[in-house]
Design a protein around this ligand. Structure first.
Ligand SMILES: *Cc1c(COP(=O)(O)O)cnc(C)c1O
Length: 390
């Protein structure tokens, strides 16, 4: 085998799958600066606009002043700093579980959790549209991996009938690239009937849905019935890091067995300290106010895209174009109009399912959203072959 990298890159370009980094000259927010131009940003997961808010910036500074810049080592090695413990207690309270454990990213949560809980002889039943970290974690665990079609309860039930060992269903509550919801009530009923466990990834629901922004499980009153509830501090909470909320027993097992928790330096204590503030904001009046703004943007856009009264489900709206190069061209045309909207392509979504992924934030101004709608109209993108129809 040769180590020629160039042909691989050429092929990516030819298939419309090339990715590159664009360096911004501004903080994350509704407006981005890039090469002397300003863009309205419809690409971020900062749903409540907290990533650049003054309160969180001040909380980070305060955390650094009190606890220092770095964590020194793994929490098991040189002592677990106070803000990490405080944050975990607050997260458990938020999610209605006995305990919670934080990780350095959302990605690291299942990578540590699944291999700690499952092995060969066990079974993972995974929704087809699950995030890469859930897929990789399932593979790493060594358990038998069975994938069911997106939100397909009948197929899931058939898989449950023959699954061996410890059986874990894995799904997202709000899907990251489609913005639709899992049929959670039915799934919880199913897993209880078959004695399986459920890992629910609420990355895109926390802060956005449910009472106090506690997510879809809380909205449906199912929190007490879901064994493993993961989420991230990096989306609506505006910071960085991930968590698993679960029983004391599961948390203790992870502290002993989750390699992505044990063998990595703890996140900066200032981030945990600031996350406590972010959580208070999300749960409180400020969160409520921001969720209202977000919801108004999404409902306005849903109407204009012709989705009618589908109701508010998430801050994510995919406009599915299919062809990879068409999605790239649409994204480039919007960029020329001063709008940052990413083209999402394989392998993030299936081949031939390329799309524009619009995300909204409480920090957007109504006129910025109007500008997006105008541009979509001019570019004839308002009614693609398939808008998000759920
Ligand atoms: C973003 C995301 C993650 C990873 O979270 P990070 O904190 O960004 O590492 C996990 N699951 C889903 C569904 C996500 O969208």
């Amino acid at each position: 085998m040769s180590w020629e990298i160039r042909p691989q890159l050429d092929q990516l370009r030819a298939e419309g799958l090339w990715r590159e980094l664009r360096v911004m000259d501004s903080p994350q927010g509704p407006l981005l600066e890039h090469e002397g131009k300003s863009f309205v940003n419809f690409s971020s997961n900062d749903y409540l606009g907290l990533a650049s808010c003054d309160v969180l910036k001040a909380a980070l500074q305060d955390g650094a002043a009190r606890y220092g810049a770095g964590s020194g080592a793994s929490r098991l090695v040189c002592g677990s700093l106070r803000p990490h413990a405080e944050l975990e207690a607050a997260l458990a309270d938020f999610k209605g579980t006995e305990g919670a454990l934080t990780f350095s990213s959302g990605f690291a949560v299942p990578m540590g959790t699944l291999p700690a809980l499952l092995g060969p002889g066990d079974t993972v039943l995974l929704d087809k549209l699950s995030h890469a970290c859930l897929v990789d974690a399932a593979r790493l665990s060594g358990a038998t991996l069975r994938v069911f079609p997106h939100n397909h309860l009948e197929k899931l039930e058939r898989l449950l009938q023959t699954a061996k060992g410890r059986v874990l269903i894995v799904t997202e509550s709000i899907f990251s690239m489609d913005g639709d919801a899992a049929p959670l009530r039915e799934m919880v009923a199913l897993k209880e009937r078959y004695g399986a466990w459920l890992l629910l990834d609420e990355a895109h629901a926390v802060g956005v849905l449910g009472p106090q922004g506690r997510g879809l499980a809380a909205e449906l009153g199912l929190e007490g019935r879901i064994e493993l509830q993961m989420g991230t501090l990096s989306k609506a909470l505006g910071l960085s890091g991930g968590y698993l909320a679960a029983s004391h027993a599961v948390v203790d097992l992870l502290i002993n067995r989750a390699r992505s928790f044990i063998y990595t330096t703890a996140p900066p204590p200032a981030v945990a300290h600031a996350a406590l503030t972010a959580l208070e904001m999300v749960r409180g009046e400020e969160g409520e106010r921001r969720r209202k703004l977000l919801r108004a943007h999404v409902e306005n856009v849903q109407t204009k895209v012709g989705l009618g009264n589908t109701g508010f489900q998430s801050a994510i709206l995919p406009l599915i174009l299919g062809d990879e190069n068409a999605a790239m061209a649409a994204s480039a045309a919007l960029r020329s109009a001063g709008l940052m909207v990413p083209a999402i392509r394989y392998p993030t979504v299936a081949r031939g399912r390329a799309r524009l992924r619009l995300t909204f934030s409480a920090a957007h101004l109504p006129e910025q959203v109007e500008r997006l709608m105008e541009a979509l109209k001019v570019l004839n993108l308002l009614h693609p072959a398939e808008a998000a129809c759920h």
